[in-house]
Write a protein that binds this ligand. Sequence first.
Ligand code: 13P
Length: 253
Amino acid sequence: MAERPYIVGNWKMNGTRAMLSEARAIDRAAQRYMKVEVAVAPPYTLIHAVHKEAEQIGVGAQDCHPGVEGAHTGDINASMIADAGAKFVILGHSERRQGHGESNELINAKIESALEAGLRVILCCGETLETRDAGDAESFVLNQIKAALPLFGEPAERLTIAYEPIWAIGTGRTATSEDIEAMHRSIRELLNETYGEEASAAVRILYGGSVKPDNAPEILATPEVGGALVGGASLSAETFLGIVVGASESEEA
Ligand code: 13P
């Protein structure tokens, strides 16, 4: 792995201020695992509070609106989350694509607005079980990425990709190491073609979907896996840190 493994907790629509103690515990423990880059993406309402607690971990958001300020009731844009203390934003998560009808074009616009606001971006991609069973997973995922990738500036430096097969999210099922490796290698080839090998090497490709402390070591040891995007298991410091420990050990192996 070229870079430190990156372990990111996506809290989704979970967490009130009572969760700040978990964030604090994650942050304090992360200081013992400096070989791993640790971050959490709490809901908007907690970004500033988690940012104030965090000495070691990165803090990010789970979405942003692509526009500048204006008449968009209920929306929050990239410069607002940056102002609240976010350093990155997760974009294109399947729960946004499916639950909010987000298209690749919209996700591309969000990515460009986030980069413009100085944020790093985690671009999510992943196929349904139907698509996988039809043998179309690779072309589907590569198309998602191609359509959303930013092309201006030096985007590769601030980009992370998260491959999250939809059928593995919150289901307790994970893809096999072989399937993960094959998909990550295809994504790497696409990044090499888009940005050139040198710039592409800076882009970590995370795996997401039912990552837990017990399966993390095998997943993180898979070639081309640069870390994990963790949902359910990131809601408790104990389980999330179990994954961070697995990442730290995979670095030492
Ligand atoms: P789970 O870890 O709960 O399967 O969620 C994965 C995910 O969607 C992270 O973004």
